[in-house]
Write a protein that binds this ligand. Structure first.
Ligand SMILES: *Cc1c(COP(=O)(O)O)cnc(C)c1O
Length: 398
């Protein structure tokens, strides 16, 4: 096809060129599948330190079998939105399983975490409400928050004094994350729950990265921090990370769920997730609840990595979760570092603005229970052979 002669109202080329100039252009790599902490790309096998499959469940035989059985029983697709005929016994069972696991009154399923977050904020917040968010909250929360008629205030990352100064009694919703996706540190949920209760505001947790990984039975960040789920009005979590499948849920009171069934447009006007997918997620939860050994292994791998990387002089974040950012600073340097690691058979993602704040480009290293001790040592060897070192003013070559 010929390129159009008339340029039109959108300066796509300029926008892309500007991104490229700033070493911020993104592109995709088509992989040939990942399993067992490994990734195949263009015929070569890499150690995979960039997935969110923290427990190695994405290719678990029992989950794949549950998916297949679900397809045999319910077909490939849900066929309709949930309020029409897309809601099946398999969906209902998954909701009940989640409620039982997490101590929630009721739960609602969404096709993905991005739409779940957007749906909740949009359905709840009117123009007289206030929304308070941690500065490092996920894009789905930030973006919807800034588009709504309500007033949005962002507080410094985990800065409870700043949040307390911003709060107004009985005005709206506080949203933060269990485990922050690019930093791996946890939100202070006891303090958040206390501030919400004292100010008469609602509280919502996005626990995409804590679910399955933290707490007894993998119940997540609240369980790990000893905060009762009753103190957090809305819990959101995803099935595409530690649970190894895809999709998301929002849970809370029966009244909240009934309200969302009626007012959440991303729920009402979207084809429901396949019933077979719900079957796979239910199977995954059963495995996750009993995966204490995998979680203990993961904790040992995290400690091994942190010790080794610090000994090499790399600057890590304050994270005790499988998300281990290695701070680089400048975007181009982060890209070159990721490239060198790939040359040594280690796949790690370079994370650049606008995903993270300017001058905080990093490698986002993620560990999985599927990794072996030797895999961590190979990662450390590869890092040891790389000459970039973080310094406060940016990156310098060592
Ligand atoms: C991944 C993620 C989401 C989005 O979930 P998807 O199911 O992938 O759309 C939302 N919030 C956080 C914190 C995430 O890391």
């Amino acid at each position: 096809m010929n390129a159009p002669v008339v340029k039109g109202p959108f300066a796509l080329g300029e926008a892309l060129a500007a991104r490229e100039q700033a070493a911020l252009l993104r592109s995709r790599v088509a992989t040939d599948g990942a399993s067992g902490g490994r990734l195949k790309v263009a015929g070569r096998e890499y150690l995979n330190f960039s997935a969110n499959d923290y427990l190695g469940l994405a290719d678990h035989p029992a989950i794949k079998a549950a998916f297949k059985e679900g397809i045999e029983r319910y077909g490939a697709g849900a066929g309709a939105s949930p309020l029409v005929t897309g809601y099946s016994r398999a969906h209902q069972q998954l909701e009940e399983t989640l409620a039982d696991w997490l101590g929630l009154e009721a739960v609602l399923l969404f096709n993905c975490g991005f739409s779940a977050n957007q749906a909740v904020l949009k359905a709840l917040l009117g123009k007289d409400h206030l929304l308070w968010q941690d500065r490092l909250n996920h894009a789905s929360l930030q973006e919807m928050g800034s588009q709504l008629p309500c007033k949005m205030k962002r507080f410094g990352h985990n800065d409870m004094a700043a949040l307390e100064r911003q709060l107004e009694p009985n005005r709206g919703l506080i949203v933060s994350e269990g485990v922050f996706s690019m930093d791996g540190d946890q939100g202070p949920w006891r303090e958040l729950a206390a501030l919400a209760a004292r100010s008469g505001n609602w509280l919502m947790i996005d626990d995409a990265h804590g679910l399955g990984v933290l707490g007894t039975e993998g119940r997540g960040t609240l369980a790990a921090q000893g905060v009762s789920p009753a103190r957090v009005h809305i819990q959101m979590g995803t099935f595409g990370k530690a649970l190894g499948v895809a999709g998301a849920f929002v849970g809370g009171s029966r009244e909240l769920v009934e309200y969302l069934v009626n007012f959440a447009r991303h729920y009402v006007y979207s084809t429901h997730m396949p019933a077979a997918q719900a079957c796979a997620v239910s199977q995954s939860i059963e495995l996750v609840r009993g995966a204490e050994e995998s979680r203990a292994r993961l904790a040992r791998l995290i400690a091994r990595f942190r010790q080794g990387a610090q000994a090499l002089g790399w600057q890590l974040g304050a994270s005790d979760t499988p998300i281990q950012p290695l701070l680089v600073g400048e975007s181009g340097a982060a890209l070159r570092l990721a490239e060198r690691l790939r040359g040594r058979g280690v796949w790690v993602g370079a994370i650049r603005p606008p995903t993270v704040p300017v001058d905080t480009a990093r490698l986002r290293i993620t560990l999985s229970a599927a990794h072996r001790d030797e895999d961590i040592d190979r990662l450390l060897d590869a890092l040891g052979s790389c000459p970039f070192v973080y310094s406060a003013g940016g990156t310098r070559d060592a």
